[in-house]
Design a protein around this ligand. Sequence first.
Ligand SMILES: [Zn+2]
Length: 192
Amino acid sequence: MIITEETQLRILCEEVKTIKEGEEIGAQLLKELSESKNGIGLAANQIGINKRVCVVNVKEPLVLINPRIVEHSEEQFMFSEGCLSFPKKYVRTGRHTSVTVEADNHEGKLMFTADSENINDAFECACVQHEIDHLDGITMFERSVTPQPIRVPKKIGRNERVTITDGKETKELKWKKAQPLVESGDWEMAPA
Ligand SMILES: [Zn+2]
């Protein structure tokens, strides 16, 4: 069961004492994640275990036990995020373009960067930051940034379907319906 009560998600998680304990929680998290429709990451407090373990599954399943971000870039990138604890909500966030992570179950340092040709690197980099935030009782809403207006390409057909977001909700509709909303400035084009 994935926790959706925000008060529960505010709890600061405690370190696990042993790798074994962390691996058991990691296995539960990966199972729960695989049962979700489109989740790419999950933190232990999202399933009611207030311990510092999270998983990310973008390029490969990755369990992080007592993870900490030891270095990060000053530079940030904008990302449209969702969260299994807040179904159907999306937030435009600012995330560090690269982070270096240490975790008890990984020797050395793990590097994540969005500065890559592969879009999955950006997903993984944002996801790692999102999940470690959960362990500190921080949700994606606290990372939201005011979106810059996106210049809409001229050649959208009136009946072409587009996806737009106001930062909370996304809808898919025909451009002729979406255009006035986007031009009002309250809605913007979202990645489909
Ligand atoms: Zn989340």
